[in-house]
Design a protein around this ligand. Sequence first.
Ligand code: SAM
Length: 284
Amino acid sequence: MELWYTEEHTDTVRFSIKIKEQLYSKESPFQQIDVFDSEEFGRFFTLDGLMMVTEKDEFIYHDMIVHVPMAAKPDIKNVLVIGAGDGGTVRELTRYSSIEKIDMVEIDKLVVDVCKEFLPQTAAKFDDPRVTLYFEDGLKFVRSKENEYDLIIVDSTDPIGPGEGLFTREFYGNCYKALNDEGVLVNQHESPYYNEYANSMKRAHKRIRELFPICKVYQAHIPTYPSGHWLFGFASKKVDPVNDLDANRWNALGIKTKYYNTELHKGSFALPNYVKEMIENDNK
Ligand code: SAM
């Protein structure tokens, strides 16, 4: 008998992966958590039936959500990560000896426990002494923070379920307040391709743009996310991710990456015309 994992990318489009076995399945107080093993993508885990991380392509997402801001602003010391329970974002951040503190706020402790057991590739660095884990709602956590972080990375689920609050004006406003004068906000910014995702993306972009003087979007190809075309948001009070990039300085760090490089960094901000139009005419 063949077993297939199938995800609905839209009401009329499905994406399937042949699986070897299902390794875990449980409903936490926040969401349904499943872990599978497959020939093509290795192990992968889903939340509420949506792909989060696969062993084969997670490097793309984690390289792009971490190394782009770290190269654009090399003196980052204090970082807040919201969501990111699989650990991939923290793993990449811990490669910078210049970072002094990483606070990670994940609403669902079970995601971290499950990833430690089944995805040690991403959940590899939670025990780094600079990392503090908080199991609470990121929306509430940032409310009380002021002028505290150089970088906030929002590595969230989509804006349905527990992730909904992480796409609101209130949340982005509190992130602005929690960042210092040169602070940078990077978030997973959904996909421009299918309407439902594109609408979330446009809404998020408009809200962030109302607050931050510099607000850009960059892209990566992530095979297991809907349409494979994924965006990230880069917002800041002063730092421009392309003009302020000091490629030599980042390259001198000697950090070996499988996807990110400083040429690609610049290129990833060059958007297709249809995406440019979407974010420039985002009147939703
Ligand atoms: N790379 C993934 C993607 O885009 O599909 C997302 C990675 S990570 C697994 C997302 C995490 O965000 C989940 O573990 C989820 O529990 C967490 N999360 C969702 N809403 C949250 C909230 N309000 N506060 C903190 N964490 C939240």
